[in-house]
Ligand binder design. Sequence first.
Ligand code: AHE
Ligand code: ZN
Ligand code: ZN
Length: 191
Amino acid sequence: MAPSLHPLLDNGLTKGSDSFSGGTLRCRCSNNKVEVKLDGNVLHNHACGCSQCWKPSGAVFSVVGVIPDDKVKVIANENKLEVVNKDATILRNACKECGVHMYGPIHKDHPFKGLTFVHAELSDEKGWQEPQFAAFVSSIIEQGYDPKSMGDVRSKLKSVGLEPYDCLSPALMDAMATWTAQKSGVLKANI
Ligand SMILES: N[C@@H](CCC(=O)N[C@@H](CSCO)C(=O)NCC(=O)O)C(=O)O
Ligand SMILES: [Zn+2]
Ligand SMILES: [Zn+2]
């Protein structure tokens, strides 16, 4: 039987809408929910198998995308948020009560500085960009997934149209490497 990976992946992807203008993320508390308004769609949405990204209970993968920092606004119960790991690149702000990660900006010098990581599934609105690829697939083994089942996991991801990678996608890895090369001076600033 095909493995269950995440509710948004298991039965095929739901295509997003090009004209979608955003929505509000809500944490999983039954009352006094933290609310984060996103003024636009997510970009580079992807399945992530890493140990740091938030997953709904029972899911093997997270689904996470990015959005420019200036399109993210906490509109309710900000006092319930705390940063999970202040040393991480992504400063994941989680609800102290239900544990859901509400938004994760990057403050240090980094190719993705200016982008905030978010989980669009925390919103009721429809039209969010569908996942584009699967990242950090081998990382699920670090969390206890049976290494012998990785063939089935990668086949399942491919069957729903997600190319599995063990880091980010080649396009994003190239963008990060270009930023690094330009920062060190190995490449010209404008190429
Ligand atoms: N094997 C590790 C990988 C963790 C990792 O590098 N995660 C990536 C992807 S998160 C969303 O794409 C990353 O960029 N992390 C930076 C950060 O989390 O701050 C593991 O599983 O933990
Ligand atoms: Zn909560
Ligand atoms: Zn991750």
